[in-house]
Design a protein around this ligand. Structure first.
Ligand SMILES: [Zn+2]
Length: 73
């Protein structure tokens, strides 16, 4: 689907800032139709939760954390 790129971008944006109403609407309607982006969103949230629980433990840096998005700055 053509919009997937924009939607996955919105998903990662939503990790850093709150989306506008329009963006959230776009995201929601797309997620209803697109299984690929739903899966992406779920894994982003899972990884975020994992990172949160790991952030208190510094020694786990070598553990394999799979990121769906290679743009890891
Ligand atoms: Zn999609």
């Amino acid at each position: 689907m053509k919009h997937c790129e924009a939607i996955t971008f919105l998903i990662s944006e939503s990790q850093d800032r709150s989306l506008t109403l329009g963006e959230r609407f776009r995201l929601k309607t797309h997620l209803m139709m697109c299984r690929h982006c739903r899966t992406y969103e779920q894994s982003v949230h899972q990884i975020r939760d994992m990172m949160k629980s790991y952030s208190s433990l510094d020694e786990v840096s070598s553990t394999e954390t799979q990121r769906p998005d290679p743009r890891n700055h």
